[in-house]
Ligand binder design. Structure first.
Ligand code: GLY
Length: 611
């Protein structure tokens, strides 16, 4: 039996997925307002995951959320005894399950999922962008691969300033906004090192989805609608806006150009993308729109294998992404500060918000000033991830008083608002292999440029550089010299694909998120909720979230997520409280007795598929 859950409107199209020959069940008839658990409580234990009664899986405690918080506590995530895949697209999660059913491991499945996501979640899934993957194989091997985009060779430090030195929007919209894409090279390298199947096999579900199409659900239709003006501005011929109108829910999205592109990559490998006719299409598109990516840029692109950031939190192990992403370092620094407190304040209390927010504030000050591409700048990794350094930072946190960011050293300004348009997926298999991948075009639908003839969207990742060091970019992000534009350099990211190991070294959580800087705080709060507060995965994902990124110097919270008395107390401490409707898009898997639970983001759409 295959177990699925879909959040919100994504279900509609997943129910039309007969072609993937997986046994979808009650999810197709259940109410659409929340995740549907069609799991098999107490299902047969897998040979790979630890048996019921495993002392490494402590009992979960029921969470209590503020009255009026919109996501209910006590909702169980989707259970499956052997394998699980979770992403923002039910179709893509199903592609991963299909590959594992056919004998593939979690890496084969994750690569299948990555390519399928480029078809079924085109606002962020991609072959025209880049990402990061952290792997933990059942035999204990670990790795991280960086396939972040790089600045084109013709990029210059001030390329986004106008003649008056003012920042333009060209790092966000249009042909000049793109870094050299890394996704195809990265996924292929990952498969070659840790997978068991050929690329031509794992890409089959993606090719089929592109060629035969799938039914657009309301989540995708809403996304296309919101992006349609931008899409039409750069390319009227994309399949997302036929006849100049955004594709509506219930329509079938068929992408023949993308199918042809995927078929070429499947047959010839990444060279089809980086030097063949697809490269010609991409550079032709660049020439048409005034972009600067050349065939030399594409030919030069290479992913980089890196050692994961390894840290511990209260006896649990963490593996996460090192620079060029800031995710692993900033998460480690924040958790190290929190670990200095022998006891954790109760979840949702004034003291909890204050300490967690203050830890993030300090970690983000370092992130914004000190991190960048290690091939270009010195990054003080050992210092930032050390427990001794965390103890010194903890000493700067007053018990009942917020510290203004301007009073903390170094005095760095930081982000004001962040794009929410990356996407994360987690996959585990029956042997206990685990893959965490976060991938992005940056903004939703990237630069808005669809490559004519090759059928894919291009990223606007150049905006993650400090386009004008010391000044806010178009998203308000103010970063330092370490992250200034240089040809061939990777722009700093916040992506945080993370694998948490329990005290006996078994995979406990596979987690990551979308949402710019909030990726770091959202991912780490799911980890804190599971470890500190013993929440179930369903509760850990539904718990109200909080965010601090140094500047703006405010504690951001979700509407209804803080009790009024706590809000008053936090204001009394001196925190500027900033309310947002929703924070972060997390997708996670957790090991439970007898198997795995998978939970797509309850605030967005997505699917958990396992068996
Ligand atoms: N593009 C968002 C990030 O990499 O952090």
């Amino acid at each position: 039996m295959t177990t699925t859950s879909f959040t919100t409107a994504a279900r509609a199209s997943a129910c039309a997925l007969g072609a993937l020959s997986l046994a979808f069940s009650a999810a197709c008839t259940a109410p659409s307002s929340q995740a549907v658990d069609t799991g098999v409580p107490g299902g047969r234990p897998s040979s790979a995951v630890r048996a019921p009664g495993d002392p490494a899986i402590p009992e979960r405690q029921t969470a209590r959320f503020p009255d009026g918080w919109r996501l209910p506590a006590g909702t169980r995530a989707t259970f499956a005894p052997e394998v699980m895949a979770v992403s923002n697209s039910p179709e893509a999660s199903a592609a991963a399950a299909e590959i594992m059913r056919a004998g593939g491991n979690a890496v084969d499945a994750a690569v299948a999922l990555g390519f399928a996501l480029a078809v079924s979640w085109p606002e962020a899934g991609n072959i025209g962008g880049g990402g990061y993957t952290v792997v933990r194989m059942a035999d204990g091997r670990t790795a991280a691969i960086d396939y972040r985009e790089v600045a084109p060779l013709a990029a210059t430090r001030n390329m986004y300033l106008d003649e008056n030195g003012k920042l333009t929007d060209k790092s966000i919209y249009g042909h000049l906004a793109s870094g050299v894409p890394g996704a195809v090279a990265g996924l292929n390298a990952l498969l070659e090192r840790y997978g068991t199947m050929p690329l031509s096999r794992v890409m089959q579900p993606a090719i089929k989805l592109a060629r035969d199409g799938f039914v657009v659900d309301t989540a995708l239709a809403g996304s296309i609608e919101r992006a349609s003006k931008m899409l039409l501005r750069f390319q009227a011929q994309s399949p997302f806006t036929p006849g100049g109108k955004p594709l509506a829910a219930g329509a079938r999205l068929v992408q023949p150009d993308l199918a042809r592109t995927l078929e070429a990559i499947a047959a010839q490998g990444p060279s089809a993308f980086y030097s063949g006719w697809i490269a010609d299409s991409l550079t032709g598109e660049m020439q048409r729109g005034g972009g600067i990516i050349t065939k030399a840029d594409l030919a030069k692109y290479a992913p980089v294998w890196r050692a994961p950031i390894r840290t511990t939190y209260r006896g649990y192990g963490l593996l996460s992404m090192p620079p060029s992403s800031s995710g692993g370092v900033t998460t480690a620094e924040a958790l190290n500060i929190l670990e200095q407190y022998p006891t954790v304040p109760s979840y949702g209390s004034t003291q909890w918000f204050h300490l967690v927010g203050s830890a993030y504030q300090r970690a983000f000050i370092d992130r914004n000033a000190k991190l960048g591409d290690p091939a270009f700048v010195q990054v003080p990794l050992a210092q930032l991830t050390s427990k001794t350094y965390a103890a010194r930072l903890k000493a700067t946190i007053a018990d009942t008083r917020a510290t203004p960011t301007r009073d903390l050293e170094p005095r760095m300004e930081a982000a004001a608002r962040e794009p929410m348009n990356t996407t994360h997926y987690s996959v585990v298999d029956a042997r206990g292999n685990a893959v965490a991948t976060t991938t992005t075009l940056n903004n939703s639908w990237g630069s808005g440029v669809w490559v004519r003839g090759a059928g894919f969207m291009l990223n606007d990742e150049m905006d993650d550089f400090a386009a004008q060091p010391g000044k806010p970019n178009m998203f308000g992000l103010v970063q330092g010299e370490q992250n200034a534009i240089q040809p061939g350099k990777r722009m700093l990211s916040a992506m945080s694909p993370t694998i948490v190991l329990d005290p006996v070294d078994q995979v406990l959580l596979v987690v990551g998120a979308a949402g710019g800087p909030t990726i770091i705080t959202g991912t780490s709060q799911v980890i804190l909720n599971v470890i500190d507060h013993r929440m179930s995965l369903g509760d850990a994902m539904r718990a109200p979230r909080v965010h601090h990124q140094a500047l703006p110097d405010s504690l951001t919270f979700e509407a209804g997520g803080v009790r009024p008395a706590v809000l008053d107390s936090l204001r009394g401490y001196g925190h500027a409280m900033r309310e947002l409707r929703s924070l972060v898009n997390v997708n996670a898997i957790m090991r439970v007795k007898g198997g795995w639970e998978g939970q797509p983001e309850p605030r967005r759409s997505g699917g958990a598929v396992g068996y």
